[in-house]
Design a protein around this ligand. Structure first.
Ligand code: CA
Length: 426
């Protein structure tokens, strides 16, 4: 018999007792942002439970407007809180089974306003899906040079922009930038004509490392607090003109959307799977090692079903344009974090890393319009007769993700964003 809460949760809900993600919310009656968890259709006010001394000891940090202090408390504290909450929401003699307390601490999800859950110091974006790297490589450089010589030896990434990480639901303004229009010899400053999304997941650093030290593949997983859905909005025409020799810059710095609830690594633990076979074998520093079993541990893939929908202004319903899965990525998040710090680069609590676009092996599983439409050569047909090469003004992109357990899901909710027209003035 699997764990059950006394709070009713529908089987298709992303938020059963097995999940218990963390987010930051406020309400009309209490506009102060504070930390909550989610169960079914309810947000549970953890600041209030802490204040009412419902936990075995006071934590204090739940009244903060970000998760950072909780994240910096470390893995033992994360596990302790999760254990407390699991007990509180499932045991027969739970102190939560009190009508007056529940009516204050449990808030219907439609009555809360969500806030960016983490104060993000630094944001790094990887490029860890072999299928995505191959597809983009073929389009930009041809089949012979698709995968760069380094790609199978290290998780490629770049340092992104933390200031423009936004919460799901916030609109995205079409960026203007320098592009070289087709058949022109000189560049122009124009609104992007090939605005795209990238289906990614993000992981948050809970505890960091000191400058000059590094995080080893053996315990990199202990530094990761949790994951969110991430849409790395990308302007392909700006990217194509600017990306050599240093990689993405303005093509990706105008907006990166994340989902509201941070799903913990403990909630995702049952859904770990082996990643793709890595050939050639990576250098030893990139090989996670399972100390309990005394052997290399490649099982740092996660079986997370992902879906992207698009809805134009004139469509009544969203239309699924891609289905993928995090398990497809070649370089695991543990390898990404390990590689990031190998030089002694210090990660800090609240830093965000993107996995890179998660494309699967089939055409319907590609994680960007660039790939789905093959750079606009094969436009997507929408059910109302419209077609898309890239995003139009008014388009709404929604990404969802969940792990399927036996009779329950551990899900992420969604990350959504609507495209607004570029500003008229330069
Ligand atoms: Ca990306």
């Amino acid at each position: 018999m699997s764990l059950k809460s006394f709070i009713e949760v529908q089987p298709e809900s992303d938020f059963p007792i097995q999940n218990l993600p963390y987010g930051v919310f406020s309400t009309a009656s209490n506009p102060k942002p504070r930390i909550g968890t989610r169960i079914g259709a309810w947000v549970v006010d953890l600041a209030m439970l802490d204040e009412e001394k419902i936990f075995n000891k006071p934590y204090g940090f739940f009244a903060d407007p970000t998760l950072n202090r909780f994240m910096s408390a470390g893995r033992a504290a994360w596990r302790e809180v999760r254990q407390h909450l699991t007990g509180l929401l499932s045991s027969d003699n739970s102190p939560l089974k009190n009508e007056a307390l529940m009516s204050r601490a449990f808030i219907p999800v439609e009555e809360v306003r969500m806030h960016l859950p983490v104060a993000i110091g630094d944001y790094t974006d990887f490029y860890a899906s072999r299928e995505h790297a191959m597809n983009v490589g073929i389009m930009f450089r041809g089949k012979e040079n698709a995968l760069m010589p380094n790609w199978l030896h290290l998780p490629v990434g770049y340092h992104g922009r933390a200031s423009s990480v936004i919460l799901s639901g916030q609109d995205v303004r079409r960026p203007r930038g320098q592009v070289l229009p087709p058949n022109e010899s000189s560049p122009q400053l124009l609104p992007s004509r090939s605005l795209d999304f990238e289906l990614e997941m993000g992981f948050f650093i809970g505890t960091g490392n000191h400058l000059g030290e590094r995080i080893s593949a053996k315990n990199a997983h202990e530094h990761i607090f949790g994951m969110v859905l991430l849409n790395d909005w990308s302007a392909r025409d700006i990217q194509a003109w600017e990306y050599q020799p240093l990689g993405p810059f303005l093509a990706k710095n105008f907006a990166t959307s994340i989902s509201s609830w941070v799903v913990t690594m403990d909630a995702l633990e049952p859904f770990r799977v082996a990643g793709p076979i890595q050939d050639p074998a990576p250098l030893p520093y990139l090989q996670p090692f399972d100390q309990t079993q005394g052997k290399p541990d490649s099982d740092y893939g996660y079986d997370i079903n992902l879906e992207v929908t698009l809805q134009s202004v004139s469509m009544e319903m969203a239309h699924v344009i891609s289905r993928s899965n995090l398990k497809h990525i070649y370089w695991s998040i543990v390898q990404q974090l390990t590689h990031h710090t190998v030089t002694g680069c210090n990660m800090r609590t609240g830093d965000l890393c993107g996995t890179g676009t998660i494309s699967g092996p089939t055409e319907g599983s590609y994680g960007s319009l660039l790939e789905l439409t093959w750079r606009g050569e094969k436009p997507i047909a929408l059910p109302n007769g419209e077609t898309r090469k890239f995003l139009q003004d008014g388009d709404i992109v929604v990404m969802k993700g969940y792990c399927q357990g036996e009779g329950f899901r551990v899900g992420f909710g969604e990350v959504t964003g609507k495209i607004l027209p570029a500003l008229l003035i330069n």
